[in-house]
Design a protein around this ligand. Structure first.
Ligand SMILES: NC(=O)c1ccc[n+]([C@@H]2O[C@H](COP(=O)([O-])OP(=O)(O)OC[C@H]3O[C@@H](n4cnc5c(N)ncnc54)[C@H](OP(=O)(O)O)[C@@H]3O)[C@@H](O)[C@H]2O)c1
Length: 322
């Protein structure tokens, strides 16, 4: 048994990772503002009770260091979704400090969740910030791994907000319009496959005394449909007769405006302009599509069909994060 630390052990991906860690007999430390799971799926309340929580308080490095003492691996899923009142560059600096505190506390390996095709000079500040955090990790004298997702989907409506709410619109509207030519590809990973990959990247079974190799890998599923293929497939799976069109004249900003009513209903932000620009950028696909692990993961297109059969109410209600 090893002691390990996870930022957001009660949040989305962290719940599924923590479950796998507990099943392997490890002791999990949660660094988070949450002391209970964000949802009941993924981690039972009995399992949650076996996890000890410490605040992810970047202003208190002493306490962070104490929380990390004795942990062999840190999984850092921490990130912010929007720059409102904050910046991605500042989030990257917080990650860099956390990595350093973890190193000083004796953590032997750090696993960070980045994003596909992130570069420090990216015009997308979300992924430029991710790249800055990765740079900080690379320059640290500690063994590390980086997982690169571009989207994560799961088995409940809340875990697949974009697709659930698209299904809601497709069930009700005669027309579903896409930005640009609809040829942008999207290659998300199922949350359970993401958790499994993160577990493997932690290299908990690596022979003691030797250092596991640094790794940077895609966290993508086997399907990379274009936006047109994806939303037509969702429409067919929920029995929609809506026409899904990409007339080639709609800007991402205009389409973002069209999603505003969904934001009002759900009290969440479905897509902001930057999200949609990123989805339309060609960067939401694997960097190394020939990675053999990708083919073995859950298929997005099959999952959509499964959702429509098992979750007959899928897309019946709009959902948000709050
Ligand atoms: N979900 C996707 O589609 C997607 C796509 C590409 C990359 N990623 C990356 O994959 C990782 C895991 O994603 P996820 O969806 O599973 O993330 P998540 O569970 O929603 O959040 C991960 C962590 O970030 C913290 N966090 C989020 N917003 C915060 C804020 N405004 N202030 C302080 N802490 C905040 C959460 O804190 P609490 O523990 O307090 O909740 C949690 O510890 C993230 O790094 C994300 O950027 C996700």
């Amino acid at each position: 048994m090893k002691r390990v630390a996870v930022t957001g052990a009660f949040s989305y991906t962290g719940r599924y990772l923590s479950k796998l860690l507990l099943e392997k007999g490890h002791s999990v430390v949660n660094l988070s503002s949450r002391s209970t799971p964000i949802a009941s799926s993924g981690l039972s309340s009995e399992e949650a009770q076996r996890i000890s929580t410490y605040p992810l308080d970047f202003s208190n490095e002493l306490l962070l260091g104490k929380a990390l003492e004795g942990s062999s691996v840190l999984w850092c899923t921490y990130w912010i979704r929007f720059e409102r009142g904050d910046t991605f560059a500042a989030a990257a600096q917080r990650c860099a400090r956390l990595f350093e505190v973890a190193r000083q506390a004796g953590v032997q390996r750090i696993v960070f969740t980045s994003h596909t095709h992130s570069t420090v000079d990216s015009p997308f500040s979300y992924i430029a910030g991710k790249a800055q955090a990765v740079e900080a990790l690379r320059s640290l004298d500690v063994s590390y791994a980086v997982a690169r997702p571009c989207g994560i989907f799961g088995d409940t409506a809340q875990e697949s907000i974009l697709m659930n709410n698209a299904a809601w619109v497709l069930r009700r509207s005669p027309l579903f319009l896409l930005a640009g030519d609809g040829q942008q590809r999207f290659q998300p990973i199922h949350v359970r496959d993401m958790a499994q990959l993160l577990l493997e990247l932690g290299q908990l079974d690596y022979p003691s005394g030797s250092t596991p190799p640094n790794e940077e890998v895609d966290a993508c599923g086997p399907d990379a449909p274009t936006a047109l293929e994806l939303f037509k497939h969702i429409g067919r799976s929920v029995g929609s007769r809506a026409m899904v069109l990409a007339p080639g004249i709609l800007s991402t900003r205009l389409v973002t405006q069209m999603t505003k009513p969904i934001n009002w209903i759900t009290g969440d932000i479905l897509l902001d302009g930057d999200d949609l620009d990123l989805l339309a950028s060609g960067l939401t696909v694997a960097e190394r599509p020939d990675d053999p692990r990708i083919a073995s993961r859950r298929s997005l297109m099959t999952w959509i069909l499964w959702r429509s059969w098992v979750g007959v109410l899928w897309g019946a209600f709009m959902v948000g994060q709050r």
